[in-house]
Design a protein around this ligand. Structure first.
Ligand SMILES: CC(C)(COP(=O)(O)OP(=O)(O)OC[C@H]1O[C@@H](n2cnc3c(N)ncnc32)[C@H](O)[C@@H]1O)[C@@H](O)C(=O)NCCC(=O)NCCS
Ligand SMILES: Nc1ncnc2c1ncn2[C@@H]1O[C@H](COP(=O)(O)OP(=O)(O)OP(=O)(O)O)[C@@H](O)[C@H]1O
Length: 194
């Protein structure tokens, strides 16, 4: 089995590509969803987050996401400390999940992969790209968020130019090229490499 990390900056279209993969029958693990789950269900993770951010990190057992966002995306040290709590637990969950999969290719969707060094633990990586102005427009129309908030998150992620050099395969989701044929070509590429 080959493990493929699928990443891309905020609003690049990772979820859309992963939905296509799922419809085609490929197993996809969503690291972001798993992080959200662990941050409200795993007692060791919850305690470490409270130690780092104080009791305000949770409101009635629900993660205080705006509070955490207002801290981690403006403070590199806090972001790294949060990543250090959450990412190993997410990775352990992925490894347990991957063991149960029967297909030769499995995907792990993650917003950050190169930035954390986690890309080294995958057989291949796929990068979804789109120009920053398109990504900002997508996210501000999808979420209740401001241009400044999206830009702040982008500052916490590497630029596409850097990540392209590190990717095994790049999918361009800039609204001018159809993505499904690119997904099919990507699968062919990896399947022929097995
Ligand atoms: C700080 C938190 C609570 C803010 O929650 P919020 O609901 O506002 O944002 P959400 O989780 O939906 O993330 C939106 C986007 O922000 C970006 N982002 C999230 N976490 C990170 C991070 N650690 N580093 C860089 N960018 C990030 C991604 O592009 C992501 O798609 C949340 O992002 C979080 O828990 N982050 C740490 C866990 C993590 O690293 N998740 C992403 C990959 S596993
Ligand atoms: N090619 C496209 N054409 C039009 N809309 C698109 C396209 N790709 C993505 N979108 C829209 O842009 C938004 C962002 O896409 P998506 O949620 O897949 O990105 P993501 O990389 O998973 O983002 P995030 O990191 O914020 O979770 C969504 O509302 C999606 O429907």
């Amino acid at each position: 089995m080959k493990k493929i990390g699928l990443t891309g900056g905020i609003g690049s279209g990772k979820s859309i590509i992963c939905n296509i993969l799922k419809i085609m029958g490929y197993p996809v693990f969503n690291s972001d969803d798993q992080a959200k789950l662990l941050m409200t269900t795993n007692n060791a993770v919850i305690q470490q987050i409270k130690n780092l951010f104080g009791e305000e990190a949770y409101i009635e057992n629900t993660l205080n996401r705006p509070y955490l966002a207002s801290k981690v995306f403006y403070d590199e040290k806090l972001k790294l400390a949060l990543n250090k709590i959450v990412h190993p637990a997410v990775r352990a969950a992925f490894d347990e999940w991957a063991i149960l999969q029967k297909k030769p290719l499995v995907f792990n969707e993650a917003a950050i992969l190169y930035e954390t060094g986690a890309y080294k633990t995958f057989d291949y990586t796929v990068l979804v790209t789109a120009p920053e102005e398109i990504r900002i427009a997508r996210v501000t129309s999808r979420d209740k968020t401001t241009i400044e908030e999206v830009e702040q998150r982008m500052k916490n992620q590497w630029k596409d130019e850097v990540k392209i050099e590190m990717a095994s395969y790049v999918i361009n989701n800039d609204d001018t090229t159809l993505v499904t044929p690119q997904v099919i070509a990507m699968l062919k590429y990896f399947e022929s490499a097995i």
